[in-house]
Ligand binder design. Sequence first.
Ligand SMILES: Cc1cc2nc3c(=O)[nH]c(=O)nc-3n(C[C@H](O)[C@H](O)[C@H](O)COP(=O)(O)OP(=O)(O)OC[C@H]3O[C@@H](n4cnc5c(N)ncnc54)[C@H](O)[C@@H]3O)c2cc1C
Ligand code: FES
Length: 337
Amino acid sequence: MTKITIPATNISFDVGEGDTIARAAARAGLGFPYECNVGECGNCRFELLEGEISYLRENPPAVNDRDVQRKRYLGCQALPHGECQIKVPLRDHYKSKFIPLRTKGKLVEIIEVTHDIREFRFALENPVGFLAGQYGLISVPGVNGARAYSMCNVTSTGEQWHFQIKRVPNGKATTGLFDTLKVGDSVGLDGPYGMAYLREDAPRDILCLAGGSGLSPMISISRAAAASGSLNGQQIHFIYGGRAPRDICGEQMLKELNGFGARIHYHPAISMPDDPSDAGWAGHTGFVHDIAEKIFGDKLANMEIYFAGPPPMAQAVMKMLIKAKVPATQMHFDQFY
Ligand SMILES: Cc1cc2nc3c(=O)[nH]c(=O)nc-3n(C[C@H](O)[C@H](O)[C@H](O)COP(=O)(O)OP(=O)(O)OC[C@H]3O[C@@H](n4cnc5c(N)ncnc54)[C@H](O)[C@@H]3O)c2cc1C
Ligand code: FES
């Protein structure tokens, strides 16, 4: 255990062996800022006042020259060597309802979703619940560094965490998950994390936008919204985008929910309809942000909007929502670095 102190607030917390400063702060119930947890976004920056730090991930992409000059580090990757004093603005917004836990997950089932998306179901050694839309960190055996994956199921006890994962060609973690991991094998799990969770107290209709790998958290949010008594009257719209018809999925999962067709609506979209086999395509054609703008237009400003997917998709959606004058408090998203 190593002690970290934030002198401006007189707050101290312990960091366990191999843990990072931001994750240990979350385990201590503190609102340490973060977003991706993998060294890509830079939201977890803090200033080192005293002490010594190394990085979990070598040369994390979000570190720049100014950070080095100003002794600023990334909390999600920072490993303290002995006691440290740091400066960071804590915010309640980042506090987690379920305190993140480091545990193991045993793979109990694999389900094929599309040609390159599979659902991996893990039973947790030490169960922990999560909010719909949150993510966990999976450490795949033999792969350096944990990867973030969003859960697709809904649970308050957290006996099992289910992840819908898209294979990345030559990707290290996804190759390990798809080609090596077998039912009965275990991975390291850490979580839950993330702020893009379902707001059950929001009175507005819900729009979920998912591109490719963004399926999982949007399915979790739709499942939780459909089951929530406090959201009974609201409409739930789900736009899922892929390149071609063979990428399109999610409708069957939504059909299993109470209210499909009446208050739950599915809008599939493909972005590259130039293959002759796409000729019978009956859904939308275009990118998810364009489809959302086309279908909902002025109504967007009065919707609660959740989105997930690769950074170019998330940035295009955000730009469109800002143009549509959607208040920032109604946008909830994760970029899948
Ligand atoms: C918040 C969040 C939620 C996500 N949810 C999902 C999801 O539900 N489904 C899904 O399919 N994908 C999801 N992703 C993307 C996923 O985490 C991986 O980026 C993707 O699976 C590719 O991993 P790979 O190792 O196969 O590919 P690689 O090309 O080998 O690695 C790509 C990514 O892994 C990360 N990385 C690389 N090295 C390290 C390291 N040493 N330590 C830590 N990170 C490293 C980087 O972010 C990099 O962009 C999510 C990402 C984030 C940030
Ligand atoms: S949360 Fe640390 S870089 Fe994104």
